[in-house]
Design a protein around this ligand. Structure first.
Ligand SMILES: [Zn+2]
Length: 163
């Protein structure tokens, strides 16, 4: 994805107030982020592990989503599959919940998804990060197709949040 600045990320948030977007924790090392290897940038708030954020491109525009992650690491060790990158981890997938943008979100509507707990889908898809033995389904599609699927999945999620 295209590199983003802290300001661009803060203004891209779709499902929190402007004040929240100004205050929330954005990674400090944005210059060191391997943007070319990312389908989305995801991170957790180091001060509040139950809060996570991601920014992705939808129709060429950066869109950032605030997430709540009620289950913290070490909770359940069931094998589960990330719905974005289709990697299976033991205890490494979290249910994340995003309030919907605008009025729907104010009324309490949200969108849930199962996501790699470390928000590193892009790196698993590219084989840069290893989720352990048996982590990947035996699939016949090419790495490029897996990347396209990840991009499509994250875009579909962001579209659901903004819908
Ligand atoms: Zn994933």
């Amino acid at each position: 994805m295209k590199p983003l600045t802290e300001q661009e990320i803060r203004t891209a948030f779709v499902n929190c107030t402007k004040g929240e977007a100004k205050r929330l924790a954005v990674p400090r090392d944005l210059a060191d982020v391997p943007w070319a290897d990312l389908d989305y940038l995801g991170w957790r708030d180091p001060q509040a592990p139950g809060r996570a954020y991601l920014v992705a491109e939808l129709d060429g525009l950066a869109r950032a989503v605030a997430l709540r992650s009620p289950t913290t690491a070490g909770g359940h060790m069931r094998r589960s599959m990330c719905s974005i990158c289709v990697t299976t981890h033991t205890g490494g997938v979290s249910l994340m919940v995003a309030p919907k943008a605008g009025r729907a979100g104010q009324q309490g509507n949200s969108v849930g998804l199962y996501l790699c707990s470390d928000l590193s889908c892009s790196l698993y898809v590219r084989g840069i990060k290893d989720a352990g033995a048996g982590a990947r389904l035996h699939e016949t599609i090419t790495p490029e197709e897996k990347i396209q699927r990840t991009v499509a999945n994250i875009a579909a999620f962001v579209a659901k949040v903004t819908a």
